[in-house]
Design a protein around this ligand. Structure first.
Ligand code: HT7
Ligand code: ZN
Length: 858
């Protein structure tokens, strides 16, 4: 497959002001008639030919200006026409089979209903069209189908007409906002709605519907409330008002990603709509709110202003992730949300940036754009915009975003347009900052603080590591929030912002009779790795006393990571290991006892660094050793703080169920205590977990208990897993949890368990949620995936080959775990590589998987 390059972008020679589509809907056969008005684009190089993208389509009729024509050519899957005049009308008919569409792109059948997914290049699987985001058109759609099969017919915009003819009925929809084809959506099925309304800041009354299958209605309240909160928040935080009279959300159970922001008709994975306390965890509730917000915010950052081309994806995704993060921060605990977001970045994006698939947030080339819906484009993209906000300050940043929305409303814009708007609106010079858009790799900043006389001297040095295709990097502006603490009073005289924009820099701070303790990258002000020369005692001090909650968390993480990395590297004697562990336990003990911390935050401060994050700190990692060292520390902390932890548990147990922060914090603590107990006193932990499971009146407690039990031996494991299955049989989202819990468990036989689960009657490769629940959970479980025998790698290799023809997008997402072979010790690395080579040799690979495998081997 050819490589598509950003520098080759050319405007499309034709505009498509209007698109009319008619659908005769059927699960096995849907007829699509399109009528496009096209006119030459004065802003592009003139061309008499127009290329209409198709993917697997055969035209049954083509007309130009009402006359049937055969004067078109097929170039691969695309239909190419030569048009003599300035403006024409093209009419094309196609027929498609949604029921055989297992890729879940274009129009497909899910559970008896029909729905679409067009981003990024799915529309071309429905009809021939210039399927690129810079061609904006006004869509009018008529859809008709059997009334009993498809009682509900939905599309973008507003319904303008409807009617019946015998057993069929039809609806006509018009979307007044010009949009690119990737925002087109249609849904037809037997659905029911939770309805509500929202009055916008200028008095527009908007009808809101959340559409689900009949029995799911009681689980939609949280989604609806989240939607209303999102609409209000976007008005207040960004001045953005909704612009149609109707907003529909539809939940579907077969979906490649989380959700899709189609204009006026968002389509969601059921996972991000359905939630009630019995079946959804606190984490699920938060995720629903975050994703509902994310898709809603796209109405401005994505739909009103879209992307010129797919290289600009971070323009809408990075910005919208930042917007959903800020929304969730405002709805719940700001520091806890910040910690969660940093954890995700470190877990998913840092490994991407240090591996063979590293790419800038605005990539320069791709073969398959679906592979670039990455943590880099999304989460690092959000961090990059967050840095602009930090440097500008909130007020000035808002001026920048106001200007961006004003200047580019109705356009297909670029990342450069965004940066220039922030520059002009916020009054910032972002010339050098643009490097964050073009350079890949996580910068490393080394930090040293010395003390001379009354001065503290801060030395900073940055390096940006080489990444594929980018051997040499330039220094980037890195905004670092810092504070210098006086140990005695445990206070500082104010936070400062230092922007490191050269390779190295020195800063002097006057007025320190004693050497202060440095707190740096507070709030994670820059997405970098900090390598600081700091004593363990100073870290203990920061963990106990820093007034920035993120910095406190970071100090605890740092304490543990240093200890673990030294242990894995064989640098600790038994005595040092024990002493180090005890001092960590002591620091954690202070956190457990601190009355000024709320329990949600306490849970964060207690959490151990992930295996992935520890591995990232090492040149070459041995997953077995890291796992063992991490479990040893967990066990030491668990036994050292046993009494305190159990007291905490007893206190938390008294808090009755509710969705407020206090009760959520209590639930988080309970499972955290169980996890420490599982490492230090498995029998006691099993007993406690079984008790928690039995008493649970909510999914958070039940899942937390079962998570701990699945990692342990014993009869309670078997009993509770069976009970869980029987209790929730038929509830797909909860059965997904049942699969995921077992696949991510610490149990030594996890590989055998996953093999058996793959043969379970409820397992299917046709449903991406189910595939992810078993195999993504497994690929993220170092115990299983990195089994020394290589069986874990083989299982993922087998999966990729079997899934590729069914759902290429989902299959390709399993390649990156194998692609990290260069960072793993040689024996395992060879086994990982072997699987990649086996996949590469397969006779027919999708473009998606081919690209990921070849980049991983290069
Ligand atoms: N913008 C949406 C992207 C998306 C997607 C991309 C490729 C294949 C399937 C997809 N489903 C949704 C999601 C979002 O970021 O909001
Ligand atoms: Zn998005």
């Amino acid at each position: 497959p050819p490589e598509i390059r950003r520098e080759d972008y050319r405007p499309f020679p034709w505009m498509v002001p209007e698109t009319r589509l008619e659908f005769d809907l059927g699960l096995e056969s849907t007829r699509v008639r399109s009528r496009l008005t096209v006119a030459r684009n004065a802003k592009a190089d003139a061309s008499p030919t127009i290329r209409l993208n198709g993917d697997g389509l055969v035209p049954t009729s083509v007309k130009v200006d009402g006359e049937p024509t055969r004067a078109y050519t097929m170039d691969g899957d695309d239909l190419v026409l030569t048009l003599p005049g300035e403006a024409h009308e093209i009419a094309i008919e196609t027929e498609i089979d949604p029921s055989s569409n297992t890729q879940l792109m274009g129009l497909y059948a899910s559970n008896g209903m029909l729905c679409t997914q067009c981003e990024s290049e799915g529309f071309r699987r429905i009809t021939f069209f210039p399927d690129r985001p810079d061609v904006l058109s006004t869509f009018t759609v008529r859809m008709s189908g059997a009334r009993d099969q498809f009682p509900i017919l939905l599309c973008n915009g507003n319904r303008t007409d409807e009617g019946e003819e015998g057993d069929t009925h039809w609806a006509e929809w018009h979307d007044p906002w010009p949009k690119p084809s990737y925002l087109f959506a249609l849904v037809a099925g037997d659905l029911v709605a939770r309805s509500d309304s929202f009055t916008t800041m200028n008095g527009r009354e908007v009808e809101l519907n959340v559409w689900v299958r009949d029995g799911d209605l009681p689980r939609t309240e949280h989604a609806m409330e989240s939607l209303k909160r999102s609409m209000k928040w976007d008005e207040e935080a960004f001045g953005r008002e909704y612009d149609l009279d109707l907003f529909n959300i539809v939940a579907v159970s077969d979906f490649n990603m989380g959700a899709m922001e189609n204009k006026g008709l968002n389509v969601f994975n059921t996972k991000y709509v359905l939630a009630d306390p019995e079946t959804a965890t606190d984490g699920d509730f938060d995720a629903v709110e975050g994703v509902i917000g994310h898709e809603y915010f796209h109405n401005w950052s994505g739909n009103r202003i879209t992307c010129r081309d797919w290289f600009q994806l971070s323009l809408k995704e990075g910005f919208t992730v930042l917007r959903d993060q800020l929304f969730s921060q405002d709805m719940g605990s700001e520091p806890v949300k910040r910690i969660e977001d940093v954890r995700i970045l470190r877990l998913a994006q840092f490994p991407e940036d240090s591996g063979p698939l590293a790419h800038p947030i605005r990539p320069d080339s791709y073969r398959e754009i679906s592979n670039f819906y990455t943590a880099t484009v999304y989460n690092k993209g959000a961090e990059v915009i967050r840095m602009m906000r930090t440097m500008a300050g909130e007020e000035a940043f808002r001026k920048g975003t106001d200007l961006y929305f004003d200047r580019h409303d109705g356009e297909a814009a670029t990342c450069e347009d965004f940066v220039r708007s922030i520059e002009d609106g916020a009054g910032l010079d972002l010339e050098q900052f643009r490097l964050w858009y073009s350079q890949a790799g996580t910068p490393k900043v080394s930090v040293e603080l010395t003390h001379e006389g009354n001065e503290a001297v801060l030395k900073l040095r940055q390096t940006v590591p080489p990444t594929p295709g980018q051997p040499d990097k330039k220094p980037m502006p890195i905004p670092l929030k810092l504070a210098l603490f006086d140990q005695q009073s445990a206070s500082h005289s104010g936070e400062q912002l230092v922007v490191l924009d050269t390779e190295s820099a020195e800063h002097r701070f006057d007025g320190f009779a004693n050497k202060p303790v440095l707190s740096i990258n507070r709030g994670f002000s820059a997405p970098v790795t900090i390598n600081r020369a700091i004593d363990r005692e100073d870290l203990v001090f920061l963990a106990a006393s820093d007034d920035d909650p993120f910095a406190r968390y970071e100090a605890m993480q740092d304490l543990m990571v240093r200890h673990l990395v030294a242990g894995v590297g064989g640098k600790l004697s038994e005595e040092e290991r024990s002493r180090g562990g005890q001092s960590i336990a002591q620091a954690m003990g202070a956190i457990l006892a601190d009355p000024d911390i709320d329990d949600l935050m306490r849970g964060e401060l207690m959490s151990m660094p992930s295996q992935t994050y520890i591995a990232e700190q090492m040149e070459l990692s041995d997953p077995g050793l890291i796992h063992a060292e991490r479990e040893r520390l967990k066990s030491l902390i668990g036994s050292q703080l046993s009494e305190q932890l159990h007291r905490l548990y007893e206190r938390a147990e008294q808090v009755p169920f509710s969705l407020d922060a206090e009760a959520k914090g209590a639930r988080k603590l309970k499972t955290m205590v169980l996890a420490y107990a599982a490492a230090s006193d498995p029998e006691k932990a099993a007993e406690l977990a079984a008790h928690q499971y039995d008493r649970a009146d909510n999914m958070t407690d039940r899942q937390g208990a079962l998570m701990v039990l699945t990692g342990l031996e014993g009869v309670e494991r078997t009993n509770k897993l069976l009970d869980f299955y029987n209790r929730y049989e038929g509830n797909a989202l909860v059965i997904d949890k049942w699969f995921a819990l077992q696949a991510s468990s610490l149990h030594p036989q996890v590989v055998e368990h996953v093999k058996a689960l793959a043969d379970h009657p409820d397992f299917t490769l046709r449903n991406p949620n189910r595939v992810r629940s078993l195999y993504m959970a497994f690929a993220g479980n170092p115990q299983g995936f990195h089994a020394a025998s290589g069986e874990g790698y083989k299982m993922i290799g087998d999966l990729i080959l079997e899934l590729d023809p069914i759902n290429a997008q989902t299959a390709a997402r399993f390649v990156p775990p194998l692609g990290r072979w260069r960072k793993v010790e040689p024996q395992r690395a060879a086994l990982m590589r072997e699987q990649l080579e086996r996949i590469a040799k397969a006779e027919k690979l999708s473009r998606d998987t081919y690209e990921q495998v070849s980049r991983s081997l290069a």
